[in-house]
Write a protein that binds this ligand. Sequence first.
Ligand SMILES: Cc1ncc(COP(=O)(O)O)c(C=O)c1O
Length: 422
Amino acid sequence: MAKDLFEKCHEFYQQPQLVKAAGAYPFFQEIEESAGAHVHCHGKRLIMAGSNNYLGLTHHPRVKAAAVAALERYGTGCSGSRFLNGNTSLHVQLERNLARFVGKPETLVFSTGFMVNHGTIGCLFESEDCIFSDADNHASIIDGCRQSRGRVIRYAHADAADCRAKIDATPCAGGAGIVTDGVFSMTGNIAPLRELVAIKRAHPHVRIYVDDAHGLGVFGETGRGITEHWDVQGEVDLLMGTFSKSFASIGGFVAGEPEVIEYIRHKARPLWFSASIPAASAAAAIAALEVMSTESTHREQLWRNCAFARHGLEEIGMYIMPSKAPILALWVGAEGKAFKLTMALRDLGVFATPVAYPAVPYGHALIRTSYMASHTTEDIAAIIKAFDALADPYQIRTTHFAQDPATLPPADYYDLSALFAS
Ligand SMILES: Cc1ncc(COP(=O)(O)O)c(C=O)c1O
């Protein structure tokens, strides 16, 4: 018998209501005001420990001034796609500057990083092509793979040996590409790019696509990202980045050789059929790029802050997921516990974010903390103090776990029982 299209919505509806009724719904929190490292929510000042604004440039005077000047010159929106009427001189300048920064001949700016992955992977891989994709890749890569007509073969997370074995075992009539995050957004783990590049050298038909959303501005001697960190800048075929992290804006880009970028420019549907970023956002990204290229102090401070945070969280015995980035994700386990803990942290003045299925497997919920150049030592000390105060009630010190949590198999469903425990 035919079903009502909305039946599933009515069935699902109760799930978030349960969490809301328990006062532990941690999503869509309303930020009333932001100073970067501090925000106001429900009238309360919180230390922001859940942002990707790693260099703290959203509030840098040069970045803000550039956005305001562009807003005055071009207005608030472009009202169309770059393809037709939404391509300002600032979009073009941003592409030129990015190309110089990442050392590729050409770049192409999209309206979000999600659209870069969706559009680029979606248009490049055709029915006989094979995509070798890290099991923990970002949702936008997964959706790009789905959008493409390529065959998707997942290899174990950050496991170059498994990637090589899968490539060797997979007959592929068309082209092939390894697709990986450079820095994995939920945990801060990084991709083994040297080994992946070695695979490419041994398999010349294989291309490499790296999503460096979280690496650009942060990793490498000069902030050029994870490919600079691994010294493989010339060996990655396509590099993507987003402006929603260190670039203090919104939008994203892909960089590569001119013929490939021209192909993407004319085939990627999210670029054609969606409006371009406002000129003010392009101007902010240009200014942030200038700042990160000329003021290394932000990056240096970020890494000092990150080392301080890691040391403090280790000292109080938190279980930190493997990370090399300014992202330190702490193991919690059950989703309900992670949601409740997120709200308890807010009560103690800390804005951190829960990570739950589908971003991680069921039962592997985390609290993700991330650090910024604009945090003070006092901010980070307060974050650590809040975790220390909650670690015993929530049983989240390493000593509370009977076995190494990372070895636990995924659960089958969301565990919200902690919301109803007294
Ligand atoms: C690894 C990764 N790639 C792509 C994106 C998408 O970027 P954007 O926010 O610009 O859509 C994100 C954002 O969360 C990300 O973490």
